[in-house]
Design a binder for this molecule. Structure first.
Ligand code: AMP
Length: 284
C-alpha cells in the first residue's frame, strides 16, 4: 500500500494505471471501523485498484459541531487499510488551495430535509469535497455506505444531475451484535450510553415488524418508535418515514417506505435508517 499526501502525487500514480485498471474510491473521515472495511471489501471485489481517502472535511461541520474532537487514529487506520489490501491511501492535509474554497456545490430539496434541517450546510460541504475527490481520483466507481442514506441519495443525484462519469455503489449498514449501527462517533459514548443507543435500532425494528405484520398507517408506526425512545428517556431529533428513492414524506406505507432517525445522547448525535418493507439481509 502506498500512502500519499499530495494531490499531484496521487494524480501521477493513478495516471499510470488508469487505462488498464478499474479504479474504486472510498471516501472516509478515518477512525475506521468494520462499516468502512465492508466498503473496502466490496471495492476489492468490484475494482482492480482501491483508493481510500481519509480527510476530516471541515466544510461539512458547522462551528458548534465536533470537528476538533473528531478522532484521528491515523496509525491504526493505516494498519487496517494495509491489512485489507488497499492500494492507495490518500491522506491530504487539505484538498483545497485556500482554507475556504470560493466555489462550492449546493443541493436543494434532497438536502433540506432530515439531517439537512439540523445541519445547515452539511451536505453542501460534503458534496464539494466528494466532487473534489472525484476530480482528483477520477474513479470508475465510488462506494458509499447505506448508513448515511441521505448522503448516498444526494451523491447519486449529483452524479446524475452533473453527468459525472462515475458509478455509485452502496453497501449495507454494518451493525454491532446488539443492532447499534457502527459509527466513528460511537467511540464518544460511555458503555451505558452505547447500551441506550441500541434504542435507535429497536425503534426502527419495531416499525419494520409492524409494517411486515400489515400496519400501513405511518402515525401508529411512528408512535411505537417514539415510545421505544421515551423508554430510554430519549427524544428523536427527527423520526420520519419517507420514500427511499425520492426522500419525500409519506403517510401510508408503500413499497419503498424507509424510516430515518436521529437522536442525541448527551453531545453525541447518532443516525440510523431502515427499509420498512423488506426483511433484513445478513449483515444489515
Ligand atoms: P465517514 O468516515 O463517517 O464519513 O464514512 C465513510 C463512509 O463509510 C460513508 O460512505 C459511510 O456511509 C460509510 N459508513 C459509515 N458507517 C457505516 C456502517 N455502519 N455501515 C456501512 N457503511 C458505513
Amino acid at each position: 500500500m502506498q500512502l500519499i499526501e499530495k494531490t499531484d502525487d496521487l494524480r501521477h500514480e493513478l495516471a499510470a494505471l488508469r487505462s488498464k485498471e478499474r479504479i474504486a474510491l472510498i471516501a472516509t473521515m478515518g477512525c475506521l471501523h468494520d462499516g468502512h472495511i465492508s466498503l473496502i471489501r466490496k471495492a476489492k471485489r468490484l475494482a482492480d485498484v482501491v483508493v481510500v481517502s481519509i480527510y476530516v472535511n471541515p466544510l461539512q461541520f458547522s462551528a458548534e459541531e465536533d470537528l476538533d474532537r473528531y478522532l484521528r487514529p491515523f496509525a491504526e487506520d493505516t494498519r487496517r487499510c494495509e491489512a485489507e489490501g488497499v492500494d492507495l491511501l490518500f491522506h491530504p492535509e487539505s484538498l483545497f488551495a485556500t482554507p475556504e474554497p470560493m466555489v462550492t456545490l449546493h443541493v436543494q430539496t434532497l438536502g433540506e430535509c432530515l439531517c439537512g434541517r439540523f445541519r445547515p450546510g452539511h451536505f453542501d460541504g460534503m458534496l464539494t469535497v466528494v466532487n473534489a475527490l472525484f476530480n482528483i481520483v477520477e474513479p470508475d466507481l465510488a462506494i458509499f455506505g447505506e448508513k448515511d442514506w441521505q448522503q448516498l441519495s444526494i451523491v447519486r443525484r449529483m452524479v446524475y444531475d452533473l453527468n459525472m462519469p462515475v458509478a455509485i455503489a452502496s453497501a449495507p449498514i454494518m451493525r454491532e451484535e446488539n443492532g447499534l449501527a457502527m459509527s466513528s462517533r460511537n467511540q464518544y459514548l460511555t458503555v451505558a450510553e452505547r447500551k441506550r443507543a441500541t434504542c435507535l435500532f429497536q425503534a426502527l425494528t419495531v416499525m419494520r415488524k409492524a409494517c411486515l405484520a400489515g400496519e400501513t398507517n405511518c402515525v401508529p408506526l411512528l408512535a411505537m418508535a417514539t415510545t421505544v425512545l421515551r423508554n430510554e428517556g430519549l427524544d428523536a431529533e427527527y423520526l420520519e418515514i419517507r420514500n427511499s428513492n425520492t426522500l419525500k414524506p409519506i403517510s401510508t406505507i408503500e413499497a419503498d417506505a424507509h424510516a430515518f432517525i436521529a437522536v442525541r445522547i448527551n453531545n453525541t448525535r447518532l443516525i440510523d435508517n431502515m427499509a420498512l418493507t423488506k426483511t433484513l439481509q445478513k449483515g444489515e
